[in-house]
Design a protein around this ligand. Structure first.
Ligand code: AKG
Length: 262
């Protein structure tokens, strides 16, 4: 075989190899090949941009999926000590008996026996201190919303025996006036501003899906209240269990995201 034959064969082999490589590379770029088919188990740590933008957030908090459908995630160290101290000092002196909405009216009820303080405005048009701005930034990033979609931050305080029994955070469709002002609630961050031991009660519990989380300072529980298409997620029924501790207070912070905002 002459030198030119050898070269021709070599070129042919190279072309064949390149064609095969191109085909393989193209395949791996298709949706089918990229799809991650691994099943995610509740309790596993995971980053999912489509659910909550955790994977690009630079803070060192850890997340644990507590439930998949509905999606409930525990975010450790969402709030730092400075942020918690700022929230508590803003709430100081503002606490009043908590209310619930019945037929569009705010009423006192045995269903909710805690105290409440509102510390910011709906839509956050006002100027706030750095720690509050930081919290808003984190929440907007995580839930993929704007500052104007966040309701007035609500601090809750539970002393011995106090609770908030089973309820949903979304508004029932007949709460027309509430929904007209800011839209439906789409997501909840319930942040713990204090810790309680296991025997001291005060857990946040989702009784329909057997999820329970004890108060741990700085930790938040996040869940979507509706699907992207606006379907209400009934299984997010939850409660704040009665505090059993005699000399400890459970403090929490509700940060709710609305569909349209202010
Ligand atoms: O206290 C809790 O653990 C939950 C509070 C709550 O669900 C609420 O304030 O809407």
């Amino acid at each position: 075989m002459g030198q030119s034959d050898k070269n021709r064969k070599k070129r042919k082999r190279k072309r064949k190899y390149n064609d095969r490589y191109k085909k393989k590379y193209k395949k791996s770029k298709t949706k089918h090949y990229r799809k991650n088919t691994r099943k995610k188990k509740p309790g596993a740590r995971m980053n999912r941009l489509d659910k909550i933008n955790l994977n690009r957030f630079p803070e060192g908090f850890k997340t644990t999926i507590l439930h998949e459908k509905p999606y409930i995630v525990k975010i450790r160290r969402l709030l730092n000590t400075e942020e918690i101290d700022t929230i508590l000092s803003m709430a100081d002196g503002k606490f009043e008996r908590s209310t619930i909405v019945v037929d569009g009216e705010m009423v006192l009820s045995n269903v909710r026996t805690s105290k409440t303080a509102f510390i910011t405005d709906c839509g956050h048009k006002e100027e706030y201190s750095k720690p509050i701005d930081q919290i808003l930034k984190k929440v907007c990033y995580l839930a993929g919303c704007k500052r104007s979609q966040i309701e007035s931050m609500m601090v809750v305080k539970y002393e011995e025996g106090e609770e908030y029994y089973n309820h949903h955070d979304f508004f029932k469709p007949d709460h027309i006036e509430v929904i007209a002002n800011g839209g439906q609630r789409t997501a909840t961050f319930f942040c713990n501003l204090s810790s309680l031991d296991s025997e001291e009660g005060g857990e946040t519990e989702f009784p329909l899906i057997c999820v329970k989380s004890k108060p741990s300072k700085g930790t938040a529980i996040f869940w979507w209240d509706t699907t992207k298409s606006g379907k209400l997620l009934a299984k997010t029924l939850h409660r704040g269990n009665p505090v059993k501790a005699k000399n400890k207070i459970k403090y929490g912070l509700n940060i709710w995201v609305r569909e349209t905002g202010w």
